[in-house]
Design a protein around this ligand. Structure first.
Ligand SMILES: *Cc1c(COP(=O)(O)O)cnc(C)c1O
Length: 392
């Protein structure tokens, strides 16, 4: 099997599993209890919080553990909107956010908030000038993702965050695709809130965190016990949190080396596809891009068909249609960067990890060449295109 869907989820690293195991077995105490067993769990929890805080330049009391990226995004938007509703009811985000942000915004619109969805350019970049122009006296919150999960474009968060700060507006970033892939520092980025998720960086599924800068007013998300400074009740997912911290530690150990390796492999894959497969288009910014992200549109064919044929060869990838929702609509991200429906439908996302090799990429390119040619052979659109071209 060749796994090229690391933006969907990643393999839990063996050392992460090892770090978690004792907290399922001997160290099963509840961190809220006062006897030794609970104290051990509490210690592990505090240590994990320190590790993650240090990795993003935050204070440990600014890290709140959640059940993943979607929960963190929901919490940041809903609770901040509520807490600041006296000041105004206008929120700004972008058209290429993850559904955890977009659907939360739609929910907030039903609650009487107004949301501005910023356009992006053909590479998927948010324009700081457009952000400035969208800000109103009643704007209370801006949420722009750090890096896009489909096309890999990395947004100018430090610049956007500075604009928000200058005007006294809360700034949140969904950094789920960024943490462990590119440097993340909450002060350098000028952010007030930041979401992350363990399973996107070789940690376990179902655990994430929301960074909330000291001084930010925000409502509790889960009401109940006093866990997470009374803001997110519920007995902590101790093994998951320990695994999250182990994954962060692992990713930070040689982030530069990992980025360099993945970037080289990414650019090798991009150049081979561009040189060897006609009528394709690279989606996302060429350089302001996650080290492991490759996204192409292939004219005249369907992404879904490519996925099925790649799967038959043991290659895991992802396409540009919202197949998860059962709809055949092309992805909102590909439409936002200006792709026509039929082009967006022929999209393929390949996301790398540092474990992928040049040999694997060579296998994938050869398969892709074969698959694209075969699908085009069966495509009436392609036939039409070629006959018109011949007629000229
Ligand atoms: C995966 C992802 C999420 C959701 O995270 P979960 O932990 O799966 O809930 C949110 N935002 C982005 C950008 C993602 O890639």
């Amino acid at each position: 099997m060749i796994y090229l869907d690391n933006a969907a989820t990643t393999k839990t690293a063996p050392e992460v599993v090892q770090a978690m195991l004792p907290y399922f077995t001997e160290q099963y105490g509840n961190p809220s209890t006062i006897y030794g067993l609970g104290a051990e769990a509490k210690k592990a929890l505090n240590q994990a919080r320190r590790t993650i805080a240090a990795a993003i330049g935050a204070k440990q009391e600014e890290i709140y553990f959640t059940a993943g990226g979607s929960e963190s995004d929901n919490w940041a938007l809903k609770a901040a909107a509520e807490a600041y509703s006296q000041k105004g009811r206008h929120i700004i985000t972008s058209k290429i956010e993850h559904h955890a942000i977009l659907h939360t915004c739609e929910y907030l619109e039903k609650q009487g908030y107004e949301v501005t969805y910023l356009d992006v350019d053909n590479d998927g970049l948010v324009d700081p000038e457009q952000l400035k122009a969208a800000i109103r006296p009643d704007t209370i919150l801006i949420s722009i993702m750090y890096a896009n999960n489909e096309i890999g474009t990395v947004e100018p968060i430090a610049e956007l965050g500075a604009i928000a700060r200058e005007r006294g507006i809360l700034f949140h970033t969904d950094a789920v695709q960024a943490l462990g892939q590119v440097p993340v520092n909450v002060d350098e980025l000028n952010v007030d809130m930041l979401s992350a998720s363990a399973h996107k960086l070789n940690g376990p599924k179902g655990v994430g965190m929301l960074y909330i800068r000291t001084g930010v007013k925000i409502r509790s998300f889960v009401h109940g016990g006093a866990q997470e400074r009374s803001r997110r009740a519920g007995t902590e997912n101790v093994p998951g949190i320990v695994g999250f911290a182990a994954a962060v530690e692992r990713a930070m150990k040689d982030l530069d080396g990992k980025m360099k390796k993945e970037t080289e492999l990414r650019d090798y894959l991009i150049s081979r596809v561009e040189n060897e497969i006609p009528y394709c288009r690279l989606n996302g910014h060429r350089t302001k891009r996650l080290p492991g992200n490759v996204n192409f549109s292939f004219q005249f064919i369907e992404g879904e068909s490519m996925l099925i044929m790649l799967d038959m060869k043991g290659i895991c990838a992802s396409s540009g249609s919202a197949c998860t929702s059962g709809s055949l609509d092309p992805s909102h991200v590909l439409l936002a960067i200006g792709l026509k429906h039929e082009i967006a439908h022929g999209s393929l996302r390949l996301t790398l990890s540092e474990e992928n090799t040049t040999e694997e990429i060579d296998v994938v390119v050869e398969e892709l060449k074969r698959i694209v040619a075969k699908l085009r052979e069966m495509s009436p659109l392609y036939e039409d295109f070629i006959s018109k071209k011949g007629a000229k």
